[in-house]
Design a protein around this ligand. Structure first.
Ligand code: LER
Ligand code: MN
Length: 280
């Protein structure tokens, strides 16, 4: 009998000062975050960086050497937070700059096997930009950027967000429809359990809808604190992830409440508990 692969634990490290107060666990530099993640036994770290040149890839590799950590993914949201770039900006030059920013993040993470995430960089429709137009631009960008990621043998990750952050795709079902409509290859969906708690009627059912297209999970409770600090029922979610044969990261994109270390420890315990269900 083949042994089921386990869920892998991952924790966020932010180096983006402008995002301080946001839902990232570690904030005190790369060396500190990597050391703490390794000590707690995480499988990976997800990096939220101001730009692709904020830190060199070989510096990251050096910090990881001697640990069992990988880089699970790299966020691209700094393009929006710092430069207000989006893939659906009415200005073609700004859309192109947004695409270049994401390409540079793909080129940063790719060589270390880390896919880039498109979340807030998707932007929104409104004003002179119709929903159809914005979804068209977003679909083209996902196609181009998914193809760009292929050279590193990593996918591109697309994240539906709640209604307060985008009006393009708020649910996993809408994410599936978008990928189908644009025909993008090499793009997977990110199931962020915080956004899903706001938007989905049934989180477990939405995970089954995403099926094998789900390639990354932001593993967080209803209030965006670490798993265990909110009211989400994780048993049906874990069973749904088991059903779709998900074997990727469960990554804590959570507030450092009451502090980074406690949020990180809670996440490790929660991933262990999920793996116990997986092994049953
Ligand atoms: C933003 O709310 C979020 O969930 C991030 O992962 C997207 O960049
Ligand atoms: Mn997220």
């Amino acid at each position: 009998m083949t042994k089921a692969p386990l869920f892998k634990s991952c924790v966020t490290i932010s180096l983006v000062e402008q995002a301080r107060g946001g839902p990232f666990v570690f904030w005190d530099g790369l060396a500190d975050g990597i050391e703490k993640a390794a000590d707690l036994g995480f499988d990976a770290v997800e990096l939220f960086l101001p730009s692709s040149t904020a830190v060199r890839g070989d510096e990251v590799q050096q910090l990881l050497a001697g640990t069992d950590l990988s880089v699970g993914a790299v966020g691209t949201g700094a393009g929006m937070v710092i430069h207000q770039l989006s893939l659906t900006d009415p200005d073609a030059g700004r859309r192109s700059a947004a695409c270049d920013f994401i390409k540079s993040m793909i080129d940063f993470g790719g060589p270390m096997g880390a896919p880039a995430i498109i979340g807030s960089m998707q932007g929104r429709h409104g004003g002179d930009v119709s929903r159809e137009q914005a979804l068209g631009w977003l679909g083209e960008a996902l196609t181009t950027l998914g193809d760009h990621a292929r050279q590193y043998d990593v996918p591109l990750i697309y994240e539906p967000l709640n209604r307060y952050e985008t009006n393009l795709a708020n649910t996993i079902g809408q994410g599936v429809a978008l990928l189908h409509a644009c025909g993008a290859q090499n793009v997977v969906l990110l199931a962020d359990l915080f956004h899903m708690n706001i938007e989905e009627a049934d989180i477990a059912a939405a995970i089954r809808t995403g099926g094998r297209q789900i390639g990354h999970v932001h593993y967080v409770d209803s209030n965006r604190q670490a798993v265990g600090f909110g009211h989400t029922d994780f048993v049906p979610i874990t069973n749904a992830l088991k059903e779709i044969d998900y074997d990727g990261y469960l990554c804590a994109e959570a507030y450092p409440i009451p502090d980074s270390s406690t949020a990180a420890k809670m996440t490790v315990a929660a991933v262990d508990a999920a793996n116990q269900i997986l092994l049953k």
